[in-house]
Design a protein. Structure first.
Ligand SMILES: *Cc1c(COP(=O)(O)O)cnc(C)c1O
Length: 433
């Protein structure tokens, strides 16, 4: 690596001494041989580190960014909001940006479906809210025995205790299983006939694609079948669109692929265009009404609920989506990305499968004979570290490389990202032989 400038040295010294990173083995992180990148600046799809090196933001800053960094319109919306106020409490007070954002979000769905918005801070809390609402609803509507939640194997819904209880990825969640909620897991909608529906308040799913499960795409019709089962058995459907929302899967929301409307919709990551932590849980007027009355208050809230800066960024995001990403543009973007992925990666011997949907892809690497690599090889991580040398930042999930470019990526930028990944994969396997 290039010699570091003094500022980088200082930041890394403080980091190694005082910081603790998410999903990170800190021993390896702090090892002197590991030189983390310090991201200092962003513009469009590009990130610059403190050494002045430029990278494509290949996972949209952990699946959040839609329109690029330092977007002029979102920046302007935030600058304008700063002149008025950054934050005021939403407990006992309203605010203009949150009022408008709630109205705009509900307008994205057919009338008399999702009509109420509860704000929180991130994907985990959006799910947490839906869970608590779903359980409390049953207590207030004469079905207190519906205490269980149905979830899916390999699911990911966040890391706070409630959301983690819904997680099906054992390496993340197994050790906390006994502390959590009453959750049962099924592999797919095919198992629904064996489920004792009346014990369940709700079922929760990542529609169309399970992100953390290495970008696995559900079979066509599965979401629709789940909605029909929920209707038949009066079980609420919670859709976690924290990752899939806002154009990511080639439609504005993933549930549109199968014309499904949930009872609860969880939104976060892309809600502010990837600028600020803000989340929303949408639900129906029917569910909302069960919380009227002194005994039925929903005792839930965070200090920064409905933060005005976050809501201002979200409004700018929705305006850009409305204006620049009609259905045909999203469809066209998806087709172009799919074609670049196929052309750029599919012929590599170690590329086992390219799972693609909209502006997301999981590129699964395996041995040439189709067996998985052993864990110790850490192939996915090696490829991503290598890719930095070619100007691409992304993260693997096991040996699946995630490419989740910002929606605004041009064809040329997508070509760059895929070609950097191709070079990195080739380099890792060439040196292995
Ligand atoms: C990222 C994610 C979450 C958690 O969101 P945070 O903002 O990280 O708390 C929940 N569900 C899905 C599907 C996600 O991708």
């Amino acid at each position: 690596m290039a010699t570091m400038n003094e500022r980088t040295d200082q930041w890394l010294a403080w980091d190694r001494t005082h910081c603790w990173h998410p999903f990170t083995e800190q021993g390896a992180w702090c090892d002197p041989s590991h030189e983390p990148l310090v991201i200092e600046r962003g513009e469009g799809v590009w990130l610059w580190d403190s050494e002045g090196r430029k990278y494509f933001d290949g996972n949209a800053s952990i699946w959040t960014n839609l329109h690029g960094h330092a977007h002029p319109e979102i920046n302007a919306a935030l600058t304008a909001q700063l002149q008025s106020i950054s934050h005021s409490s939403y407990l006992g007070l309203a605010n203009p940006r949150a009022s408008e954002l709630a109205a705009r979000l509900c307008e994205l769905f057919p009338k008399n479906t999702l009509e109420r918005v509860f704000f929180s801070d991130d994907g985990s809390t959006a799910v947490e809210c839906a869970l608590k609402m779903a359980l409390q609803y049953r207590m207030q509507t004469g079905e207190p025995e519906r205490t269980r939640i149905l979830a899916f194997d390999q699911a990911y819904h966040g890391d706070t205790m409630g959301a983690a209880a819904l997680g099906g990825v054992s390496r993340f969640f197994e050790r906390f299983r006994s502390f959590g909620l009453a959750v049962d897991f099924i592999a797919s909608a095919d198992e629904l006939p064996n489920v004792d529906a009346k014990r369940y308040a709700a079922v929760v799913i990542e529609p169309i694609v399970q992100g953390v499960n290495q970008m696995r795409i559900w079979s066509v019709g599965m979401l629709r079948a789940l909605r029909e089962w929920c209707d038949a058995h009066d079980v609420h459907l919670i859709l976690d669109e924290v990752m899939t929302g806002f154009g990511r899967t080639g439609k504005l929301f993933a549930c549109e692929h199968e014309q499904v409307i949930p009872d609860f919709l969880c939104l976060a990551k892309g809600l502010t265009g990837g600028y600020l932590p803000l989340a929303a849980t949408l639900t129906t007027e029917k569910i909302y009404r069960a919380f009227l009355g002194k005994e039925n208050v929903f005792y839930y809230g965070h200090s920064f609920t409905a933060n005005q800066l976050g809501c201002a960024a979200a409004l700018a995001n929705l305006e850009i989506l409305r204006r620049d990403y009609p259905a045909e543009v999203l469809a066209e973007k998806s087709a172009v990305f799919g074609e670049i992925l196929q052309r750029g990666l599919a012929d590599l011997a170690q590329v086992y499968q390219v799972r693609h949907c909209g502006m997301l892809a999981g590129i699964e690497l395996r041995e040439v004979d189709g067996r998985s690599f052993s864990d110790e090889d850490g192939i996915g991580a090696k490829v991503c570290v290598k890719a930095r040398e070619y100007g691409l930042i992304t993260r693997p999930i096991l040996d699946t490389i995630v490419l989740m470019p910002p929606l605004c990526s041009t064809e040329e930028e997508l070509e760059f990202a895929v070609s950097a990944l191709r070079t990195a994969i080739s380099a890792v396997f060439f040196s292995k032989k």
